[in-house]
Every structure is written in C-alpha cells, then in structure tokens.
Design a protein around this ligand. Structure first.
Ligand code: PEP
Length: 257
C-alpha cells in the first residue's frame, strides 16, 4: 500500500451468497469487530437485489454497497439485465466488472468488459475491473503479457480523467475460491506490472494514483502480508467476506503503515 498517493480499498464479493434478511445480523457483527478508525474504503458487493439493504445498513458505519455486474446498455428491452443508472439509484457506489466467473460462465469478452466499465463510469459508479491469468498461462510464463492485454482492453477509450474512478483487481484465476493464494511476491510483481501498463498509457501521476487490489483466497491470516506490498492497495475478497469476523480482521490488516 502507499496511502500517500492512493486509496486503500477492502471490497467483499458475496457472489450468489447470503440473503437480504441476513444483512442486519452480518453488519452488527462486522461493526462489533471492525477497528474504530479505518484507513480504507470498505465495500460489500452483493447480489443486485440486496444492494438497497446493504446501502442502508452500511450508511452509519461507512461500508459502501457495490454491484457484481452491470449491463453495457443504458436502458431498454434487455430482460434480466440491470443498468448502471439502476445500480446507482439503489445506492451502489462500486461495481465489480469482468470477474473471471463472468468471463468463464457467461462468455464475457474484453470488449464487453470495456463497454460495461464505460457504462459504470458514465453513472458515477467506481468499476472494480478484474483481470488475471489461468494456471496454464502462468505455467507458460504468459502472466504479465496476458494481464497487460486485459488491462489495456478494459481501459480502451477511457481518458485520464475517467481513469480516476477506476480500480483494478488482479485476481489470478487459479487462486479464486481454491484456497491457493498467490505469494505476496507473485501478487506484488503483477500489481507492479499493471501499474507500469498504466504509466505507459497515462503517465506517472495516474499510475501513482490508481488503486490496484489483489484477489484470490485472501483471508484473515494472509491479508497483512499481501497488504504490506507496495503496489497492493487492498483486496477483493470472496469467501472470507462472508464471515464478518474474518472480513473485519482483513480490514484491520489494512490499517498497517
Ligand atoms: C473473488 O470472488 O473475487 C475472490 C477472490 O474469491 P475468493 O476470495 O473466495 O478466492
């Protein structure tokens, strides 16, 4: 982390878990365990139907509600889709985009991720853009080449002013939900590489200011070490964000200097 130049963000991704009726109890436990003073933004990305309840429950303790996906379209005949304006209207401040599960199970392309990112920016929602390599790509030493390609594709046509709204999450696919975490050195190397991609495209200042998160089996035990790395500005956390005590421990770990 480097708090002098950029925001630390601890974001939970609940995926398709929990019920709206469980939010109150979860938040009570989270508040009980969360450090009184925090140096980070805390976000919980819930299923869309739970965003209003999360936005309400998080208001007094500054936990922001986030979405997990968005339509690339502004409005219209797109049954089942949710627009950026609708997310903003119910209180979403952040939204995950291009998660590997969306890319894998719903065939989302880099171009679609780019269009969704632009749709979010247009409505003032901060996109958390997910990128990351497969195990095969890592074993073939293609990690940085592939991740750089994903970052450039996601940010295509986005200018430096709009980049200020964006967050990148480096999530190696082989580490998501597997219990296999990237080592802090592996995660640092790729996050630093992503910052270099941003520097080449936008210049030194935007590169210094963008928050780059690590995601992939981050938990209460390994968070402090991952977050101590200079180019890791927070976490995108799946499984451990469903447990209020573990999630609050990760938040506390982000308080380190
Ligand atoms: C994720 O869903 O983005 C994620 C990183 O999940 P987990 O922490 O469970 O690996």
């Amino acid at each position: 982390m480097n708090r002098k130049y950029r925001k630390t963000i601890i974001a939970g991704n609940w995926k398709m878990n929990m019920l709206a009726s469980e939010i109150k109890g979860f938040m009570e436990q989270l508040k009980e365990n969360m450090p009184a003073s925090r140096n980070c933004d805390v976000v919980l990305c819930t299923p869309a139907v739970m965003i209003p309840a999360m936005a309400k429950a998080g208001k007094d303790c500054k936990v922001y509600a986030g979405g997990q996906d968005v339509s690339k379209y502004e409005k219209g005949a797109y049954t089942g889709e949710i627009s950026a304006a609708q997310l903003a209207d119910v209180g979403a401040k952040y939204c995950v985009v291009g998660h590997s599960e969306r890319r894998q199970y719903h065939g989302e392309s880099d171009m679609l991720v780019n269009e969704k990112t632009k749709a979010l920016i247009a409505k003032g929602i901060k996109p958390i853009i997910c990128v990351g390599e497969s195990l095969e790509q890592r074993e073939n030493e293609l990690t940085m080449e592939y991740v750089a390609y994903q970052v450039k594709a996601a940010l295509s046509g986005i200018d430096a002013a709009d980049l200020k709204q964006c967050i990148i999450a480096y999530e190696p696919i082989w580490a998501i939900g597997t219990g296999k975490t990237a080592t802090s050195e592996q995660a640092q190397e790729v996050c630093c590489g992503i910052r270099e991609v941003i520097r080449k495209k936008y210049g030194a200042r935007p590169a210094r200011s963008i928050s780059i998160l690590y995601g992939g089996s981050m938990n209460a035990k390994n968070a402090a070490e991952l977050l101590s790395m200079p180019d890791i500005d927070g976490g995108l956390i799946g499984g451990a964000s469903l447990k209020p005590v573990d999630f609050s421990t990760i938040i506390a770990a982000s308080n380190q200097e």
